[in-house]
Design a protein. Sequence first.
Length: 444
Amino acid sequence: MIDLKEKERIQKDFKKKMDYDEILNCTRCGFCLPSCPTYVETGDEVHSPRGRIAMMKGLVDGAIEPTEEVKRSIDLCLGCRACEPVCPSGVQFGHLLEQARDAIYQSNKQSAPVKLARNLAFNNLFPYQNRMIGLTSLLGLYQRSGLQKTARTIGFMKLFPENLRTMEKVLPRIPKRKEMKNRPTHLKAYTKQQKKVAFFSGCLMDTVFMSTNDATAKLLQYAGCEIVIPKTQGCCGALHGHSGERDQAREMAKKNIEAFEKAEVDYIITNAGGCGAFLVDYGYLLKDDPEWKTRAAAFSTKIKDITSVLVELDFHKMNLQLDEQVVTYQDSCHLKNGQKTFMEPRQLLESIEGVDYVEMKDAGRCCGSAGIYNIVESEMSMQILDYKMEQTKQTKAKTIVTTNPGCLLQMKLGIEREGLTGQVEAVHIVDLLLEAYEQAGRNV
């Protein structure tokens, strides 16, 4: 229950933080409804983009109060931004969602456990890569020491919810602490140099998914890129921005802008759809900061997904080869809807000899991962995943390709839940492309 004082604070913050002009851009036409996963699953207007915008407007106007139902609607949104490409008025719903969550969570009185958890994650973990390395190295120790096997044998994992138990099974092998600490800062092109790029290595990508980062660097080198990897870069801030911690996200954005400004590169490359879309939005995030808005806008214009730069450099025209297999592709919501990168991953996959590419029905619909959504909104996440796995099975694919770490884990989770382990695998596109390049005998 939200008490009167809290309601007044939230209402005040909505008036202060919401972009009212953007709210008014919504004409309530309803074109967004079929694209919204939570509306499709519930059939409830409250959980649709136009329903949420109507509530945002009502809060700013003072026509409605910030009830638990309003908060629930905002929380249940995946933030997939699938409503944006189909909106005739071009409403930037992702920005409105972040503003609404900022207004709610910066004003809302939280329970002690929730406040502690948010403080630990947002203020004391993700902004510090050394701490991320420390935490993930403990997970690696758990995997390598035999503790993981013991925990499963004695039934300890049964104490956790089903989706967390399954997620524990599908986590990749974590590198050793020494490997995570010893990362390159400059790499030369393996072939004739065509571009000089910087690489945004990220936080989870450079720890839990470090091997995929290494594969990304190799692909860029094979494609003729000199690579600069600034040591002072950090987490992109997407998790903060999407969870109502926009002030912290702005500080993290400034740190990254500063880290990359001296690189003097053609592009800043990302390999995680969620990170890339948030980096592209730095210009918007800092638009009201006189000192940073120009620098942020310049930074954002250089962001490019790995698939996009590979196609630009004609990597898809090289001799790529894999054993014969059916492959399908699951779009990263933020790569497709945020970075507007849609065709490039498909071009690359279709160019591999031995691959029979089959388009999945509703490939662009969210898989239900959405950052930590599959943990905090497990029931809805699993409903959405079940639909995604049904479409996957229709393709008869042996390999599901993704372009985002959250999507990758979610699809692995789906494979495990469907009992398809050993028959179907989920891979990040760069890992598949590197295998295809090197299998064709073109490795240096």
